[in-house]
Design a protein. Structure first.
Length: 408
């Protein structure tokens, strides 16, 4: 009887649902549980299907493949919400996805009041990012398929997390590819506090939620900040693309002898100086340099400067694979210069957050830089985000942050 009831419920759910049929043979990626459907794989879509609709994706002979969120103007025309035909994608569905994601992170052994609560495809809702900063949750809605559900998602996150404020930072460039405008502001709850200060491994960090990078901060570099602290004792440190200086503060906390921090954003450097102050660190051991990092590295090379620990954490050079060639030149340039500035026995922490650069390609780029710099180096550790940024096994694109700890 239960099976019969379930079959009838599924039939009723499917009855009024828009359908997308894939071309013959184009269902292979879905059978491997990859969540993206590109427009070129589609044979037909029901008339009247609009962005945000949950659609039934099927084979040419009508076989069920997935339920997906439709994005009318995107090359990725649909993103899978469920591969289970028995599911009903409604409020209870989203609530369970959110509840499960939060519960998984409740057991992480991290000393912080800030973390990623929901990581898009890897937590089962493509396009949805949720980061927690104390009592504030920041949502990013990055696809046309999930954008219409912002009010519901805000309600669910407030109920499931106990947060006081739900703020939106749907202002990433990728929204343009979905035909969406940028949106930034309060969705629900209390207004943002005058200042948001989080704690992380005994370090205080001021976060500009309304205007800072991403959702206000680089939560994905928590583990690397801890690593910086452990490597910095009695070291001369060079921190490039330092943003708000948290790697620099971590280095000083770890006992660095000196820290030179470079960024081309004066407001970011002002925030960095503030982060130094609220952590009661010695300002005489750090220099903040407002400059183009590429030019600054060349100047340091020409001055025959050298460092024990160098951090290269640049912004995204290649958002897509189409930008990979140009980005590869930029990555090689900074790593070549960084390796030339690195003292024998020193460590280089180098990163790429570009989706268009794979981990394998990034290692090849850095290896090429070492060759041209006439430097021998070892990979001591591969670096990446913490456990609050999981990557679904069948979605390698979610593994966006690649890092290497090298020793000369």
């Amino acid at each position: 009887m239960r099976k019969l009831y379930g079959a009838l419920a599924t039939a009723r759910y499917n009855a009024g649902m828009k359908k997308m049929m894939l071309k013959s043979g184009r269902e292979k990626s879905l059978l491997r549980r990859h969540p993206w459907i590109f427009s070129g794989a589609v044979q037909s879509v029901d008339d009247g299907t609009t962005s945000g609709d949950v659609i039934r994706v099927q084979t040419v002979d009508g076989g069920f493949l997935a339920y997906a969120a439709f994005s009318a103007k995107s090359q990725i025309i649909a993103r899978v919400l469920s591969f289970d035909e028995r599911d009903t994608v409604d409020e209870a569905f989203y609530r369970q996805r959110i509840r499960t994601a939060i519960a998984r992170r409740a057991h992480l052994n991290v000393e912080t009041d800030a973390m990623r609560l929901f990581h898009a495809e890897s937590d089962g809702v493509p396009g949805l990012i949720a980061d927690r900063y104390g009592d504030v949750i920041v949502l990013q809605l990055l696809t046309a398929g999930i954008d219409p559900h912002r009010a519901l998602l805000a309600k669910l996150f407030m109920e499931e997390s106990g947060a006081n404020t739900i703020f939106e930072r749907s202002d990433a460039d990728v929204r343009e590819l979905e035909g969406l405008h940028a949106r930034n502001g309060l969705i629900a709850g209390q207004p943002l506090p005058v200042e948001t200060v989080i704690t992380e491994n005994a370090m205080k960090i001021a976060v500009d939620i309304a205007h800072g990078h991403k959702t206000g901060f680089y939560l994905d570099q928590r583990d690397s900040r801890a690593l910086t602290k452990s490597l910095a004792h009695n070291a001369d440190v060079l921190n490039c693309f330092c943003y708000t200086g948290t790697m620099s503060v971590a280095a000083l906390t770890g006992g660095a002898r000196s820290v030179l921090s470079i960024d081309s954003s004066a407001p970011s450097l002002q925030m960095a100086a503030h982060n130094l102050q609220i952590n009661n660190q010695d300002a005489s051991r750090v220099e903040w340099l407002d400059a183009d990092v590429f030019l600054a590295l060349r100047k340091l090379r020409d001055q025959a400067k050298s460092f024990d620990l160098i951090i290269l954490d640049p912004p995204k050079f290649a958002p897509t694979a189409q930008h990979a060639e140009k980005a590869a030149r930029a990555y090689k340039d900074i790593n070549l210069l960084g390796l030339k500035l690195l003292r024998p026995g020193g460590h280089l922490m180098t990163f790429s957050c570009s989706g268009g650069i794979s981990a394998e390609l990034f290692q090849k780029i850095v290896a090429g830089a070492a060759l041209d710099a006439h430097v021998d180096a070892q990979i001591v550790q591969r670096l990446g985000p913490g456990a609050d940024h999981p990557v679904a096994l069948h979605f390698p694109e979610g593994d966006y942050l690649k890092g290497l700890l090298l020793r000369r």
